[in-house]
Design a protein around this ligand. Structure first.
Ligand code: AHR
Length: 518
């Protein structure tokens, strides 16, 4: 008994007594910019089973569907309040010809996704189906036009087909294909990863191409779509942002940035999605936190360019339209389909990134996590008729109140989580004020072993009650499967206490917590 008590005491000392308490001040007295709801966007590429099988199964499928869209997936995404979906790629966007996907389905041509797994695209999910899907889940549409193998005329005609309202041949064709009123295009992007799969261009060449193309993207839609240029791969590449900012002549409302979280220093070095060790946990989280510095670098560069050209600041947004974890493919899957499991590590990655995006709400106007269903850091996994919600889905669900809320500055002093030579802040946080006046605080504990005691002050607001939700797992790779779909799911969090205007709580190891204060 004595030995047991000594061991328990030693464990307690190791796990909590030495963990430095974190102090958090939420400045409700200094409201910041609005967190654009598009920060919670999703990316759905025609890749692997991301669309076919995952979202769209066709009207004749035995899987319950509405006009071919899986009822289970549609309901789950509607519940998530997805504000925006990006389609058709990704690399596939630069091989996609919109005419292949309109008109009678039995006449549509089959193409290949040559970048990802050589999967066949029967084009039964085309423009009309994409908008039908977006409307079913209540999302706005982000269309990525083909600059790699397309022409400016093709992109301009697609825009007219979608948004035109006069009596042109293209509008008549849209009507004949079943859509009377124009579709609304929220974002129109010209090219994707133009430094790589989108054409291996130099920044200067792409900037010229962008200006030329954007000049001709005319539309009856008012206001017109946000016009988006394809930007850098990650913060350590900065030439596209710089060159685009310095050479913009045609409308350019935003520049994209892609950053995937992998295991190593190079994109090629990937971890297993499950069954990883603590080094994998620590490396992945340390890498994901680099998003903060990358955004800052680009934001600073954009501000400098705006200042130099005497243009208003923060007018061009940073659109992080691909982000998330990229692990080794699920055993037995087609490697090109980019299928991976999703664990509590992915959940902590998601929360940490959302907290970073909130911090830069004045510049980051949109993000879309890669990808919605069955691809990379997905919200949902499917297998035939089966569907499971991932830990990442639950984080997006918990963070819903942040959409269109006012970002609040925070001061956070936290101890570190260290493994081997890898060190990072133990706690990640962000706060906002919702339209109904509630204060929401999102927190993540990046330490897989130690709880984090947090003492918070709310400046400029008196809260009378607090409620919360928590997501955590028994192991670092806790995840949901088709057989055990609820291993990782949010539960009520009653561990936060309000006393004398102070909030105190203890965040369990490897957890995500969202608090609502009123
Ligand atoms: O999201 C998967 C791929 O990653 C996209 O097709 C491409 O844009 C990026 O390299």
């Amino acid at each position: 008994m004595k030995t047991f008590l000594a061991a328990a005491a030693a464990l307690f000392m190791a796990s909590s007594a030495f963990a430095a308490p974190a102090s958090l001040t939420v400045h409700a007295d200094r409201p910041g910019p609005t967190i654009n709801k598009y920060v919670y966007g999703q990316f759905s590429e025609m890749l692997g089973t991301g669309i076919y099988g995952g979202i769209y199964v066709g009207e004749k499928s035995p899987i319950p569907n509405t006009r071919g869209f899986r009822n289970d997936v549609i309901a789950a995404l509607k519940e998530l309040k997805v504000p925006l979906v990006r389609w058709p790629g990704g690399c596939y966007a630069d091989e996609y010809h919109w005419r292949d996907g309109i008109g009678p389905k039995d006449k549509r041509v089959t193409r290949l996704n040559t970048n990802w797994g050589g999967v066949e695209d029967p084009n039964t999910f085309g423009t009309h189906e994409f908008f039908d899907f977006a409307e079913l889940i209540g999302a706005d549409a982000y269309i990525n036009a083909n600059m790699g193998t397309g022409t400016a005329a093709e992109a301009a005609q697609w825009l007219e087909y979608m948004t035109g309202n006069q009596d042109t041949t293209l509008v008549k064709e849209r009507k004949a294909n079943g859509r009377d009123k124009p579709f609304k295009v929220a974002i129109y992007a010209l090219g994707n990863e133009t430094w790589g799969c989108g054409g291996n261009m130099r920044a200067e060449y792409y900037a010229d191409q962008y200006n030329q193309w954007a000049t001709f993207m005319k539309t009856a839609q008012q206001p017109g779509p946000i016009m988006l240029a394809s930007g850098d791969r990650s913060g350590d590449w900065t030439d596209f942002t710089k060159v685009l900012m310095d050479n913009r002549r045609a409308p350019m409302d935003g520049i994209s940035l892609h950053y995937y979280t992998v295991l190593g220093d190079k994109w090629e070095i990937k971890d297993n999605a499950t069954g990883f060790n603590e080094e994998g946990w620590a490396r992945v989280l340390a890498n994901t936190l680099k998003m903060d510095g990358y955004i800052k670098t680009h934001d600073d560069m954009m501000s400098a360019a705006e200042k130099k050209s005497d243009r208003p600041t923060k007018k061009v947004g940073l659109y992080i339209d691909e982000w998330g974890t990229w692990f080794k493919p699920a055993p037995g899957s087609n490697p090109g389909f980019l299928q991976q499991q999703n664990t509590i590590r992915d959940a902590v990655v998601a929360a940490a990134n959302l907290n970073i995006f909130h911090k830069y709400a004045d510049r980051v106007q949109m993000t879309s996590i890669a990808q919605t269903v069955n691809v990379l850091q997905a919200m949902i996994l499917t297998d035939g008729a089966k569907m499971v919600l991932t830990p990442t889905y639950h984080v997006f669900h918990m963070y819903k109140p942040f959409q269109d809320a006012t970002s609040l500055p925070i001061d956070l002093k936290t101890g570190n989580y260290t493994f081997g030579g890898i060190t990072m802040p133990q706690v990640s946080a962000s706060a906002a004020k919702t339209k109904s006046g509630a204060i929401v605080v999102g927190l993540a504990n990046l330490d897989p072993h130690n709880a984090a005691v947090v003492s918070a002050t709310l400046a400029g607001v008196k809260a009378g009650k607090v409620k919360g939700e928590i997501l955590t797992g028994a192991t670092m790779d806790a995840h949901n499967t088709f057989d055990k779909p609820d291993t990782v799911h949010p539960v009520a969090f009653n561990g936060a206490k309000l006393a004398n205007g102070k909030l105190s709580l203890s965040l369990p190891p490897k957890s995500v917590v969202v608090l609502t204060l009123q």
